[in-house]
Every structure is written in C-alpha cells, then in structure tokens.
Design a protein around this ligand. Structure first.
Ligand code: SME
Length: 157
C-alpha cells in the first residue's frame, strides 16, 4: 500500500516550491505505482474541457487504447457519472467495463475532487483479484484530495 502521509507531505512540498499540477500528477502516479507490486497499471485521467470525457494524463504500465473515455462509459466513466469512487474486486463481473489487458482482475477508481467539482481520477488496475482494500482507498483519497487542492488553485488563478 502507498504511504499516503509521506506522499501527501511531498506533494505539499512541491506546491510550496511552486510546482504545478502537471508535476504533482506525474510524481503521484510514479510514487503510487512503485509502492505496491499488486498495482500493475497506475494512471490519472482528467476531465476534458467539456466535462463529458476523461483524458489520460499520465500512467505507469502497459500502453492502453483507452486514452479518452466518455463520462458514463467503463468503470472510469461511471465513477464520474455517479460521482463516486469505485472498487471493483472482479472486473469479469462488470458489464460496463473497458479492458486494458486480459491480465487485469480488479480495479479501483478514486475521484480527484474538491467539493462539488470533479477534476478527474486516480485509476489502478491489478492482475490479482480483489487487490484493493478499504485502506488502499482511504490512502488514495488523501492523495487525490491533495492533487485536487492544486488543481482548484490553478483553476482560480
Ligand atoms: N478499465 C477502465 C479503462 C481504463 S484502463 O483500466 C487503463 C474502465 O473500465 O473504465
């Protein structure tokens, strides 16, 4: 599991030093990806300008054909449409699922949000079934909230 407290402090340090969201999003994805060997694909999607499509910002793992995902489509798009985080223990049981690799067994999506505003999401795939615990989700929510702080500050600027 990712050490959320440490990563959140590092992200705040980057903010204090003047780094922008692009750097924070890349650093967070790299740090999360290397924190746990069950995290086989880790990425961030951001909502595009119209708010109706997710755009892949950066990732660690195999290339995916799902660089753009309409809101409502797949696990990623459903999380935004339903404004909720999703922890899918067995992706083979999901009807609304976009496969990136036949090896993937489970997936977690945690929204990057500040209040009512959704900026995007952290998306992690695992080749193990039910790889993501509630503690994983809580850690990812803390990280997502820190990323949202920076995105919100840039939107206000
Ligand atoms: N499985 C996701 C698509 C993105 S990939 O996991 C990288 C979905 O169903 O939305």
């Amino acid at each position: 599991m990712v050490e959320a407290g440490k990563l959140i402090k590092e992200l705040q340090g980057m903010r204090d030093d003047g780094h922008l969201s692009d750097a924070l999003l890349r650093y967070a994805v790299r740090s999360i990806a290397k924190s746990d060997e069950r995290y086989n694909w880790t990425g961030v999607y951001l909502l595009g300008e119209g708010g109706d499509e997710l755009w892949l910002h950066n990732y660690v793992g195999e290339p995916t054909e799902h660089a753009k995902i309409p809101v409502g489509t797949g696990v990623c798009g459903r999380a935004v449409a339903e404004r909720t985080n999703l922890n899918i223990p067995d992706v083979s049981k999901e009807e609304n699922y976009l496969s990136c690799s036949p090896d993937v067994q489970s997936e977690v999506v945690v929204l990057i949000r500040a209040g009512d505003e959704i900026f995007g999401q952290i998306d992690i795939d695992s080749d193990d079934k039910a790889a993501f615990s509630e503690d994983d989700e809580i850690a990812l929510i803390g990280i997502a909230d820190k990323l949202a702080e920076q995105l919100a500050a840039e939107r206000r600027a």
